[in-house]
Design a protein around this ligand. Sequence first.
Ligand SMILES: C[S@@+](CC[C@H](N)C(=O)[O-])C[C@H]1O[C@@H](n2cnc3c(N)ncnc32)[C@H](O)[C@@H]1O
Length: 223
Amino acid sequence: MRLDVFTQIPHAFGWLTEQRPLATVLGGELELRLVNYRDTTPLRAGQVDDSPYGGGAGMVLRVDVVAAALEALYGDDPPARVVALTPQGRQLDQALVEELAAEPAVTLLSSRFEGFDERIVEHLCTDAISVGPYVLSGGELPAMLVIDAIARRLPGALSEGSGESESFSADLDGGIEYPHFTRPAEFRGWAVPDVLLSGDHGRIDTWRHDQSRARTARLALLS
Ligand SMILES: C[S@@+](CC[C@H](N)C(=O)[O-])C[C@H]1O[C@@H](n2cnc3c(N)ncnc32)[C@H](O)[C@@H]1O
């Protein structure tokens, strides 16, 4: 699939592209393009934002700047999913990640300061997505969350099977994964559950299943 990210800080994504699983799928299953609004802005001196009509604090990303950036890359044929990253959007969850990962192309628009001119969200985007009910300073971290979550779901990103029964997956009916332990078997008196050392895979599977259900129920009670 192709992911295009529009941002004022393309270099912020450097470390992410060097890490697995993203690095594994880049250039193969995933094409990632980072686009700087400033490169195509119709305004002078790389300006991309402006003060809000009606007054108030902060600067707002301009609709003509975003329209110019989209047109420069896509002409009059934008991808089917153009996403505004905003705390006011649909909250990202695993179901939405799976939905996006199944698309041939997704565009992510990030903003900074006070956010988008509302006409960008209304007329240039198909979706608005939030990474959680809190406010960050810019859309770059949210874009990285979305990119990473999508990249994990692409063929070949993870070693065989490791992404199939993770927390929130369909395999676990959207529930929580069982707990993991590794050596040492005891540390400061904290012992690994006996069943995991038993070598009895039937009992281990049952224990993991029960743990997964109990954790899922506990989380449901908390939320
Ligand atoms: C400081 S925020 C703007 C917040 C906006 N004034 C509001 O109250 O909803 C600046 C930009 O960061 C990004 N951003 C911040 N929090 C986000 C979140 N929870 N999910 C997705 N994007 C977010 C968005 O691109 C947003 O336009």
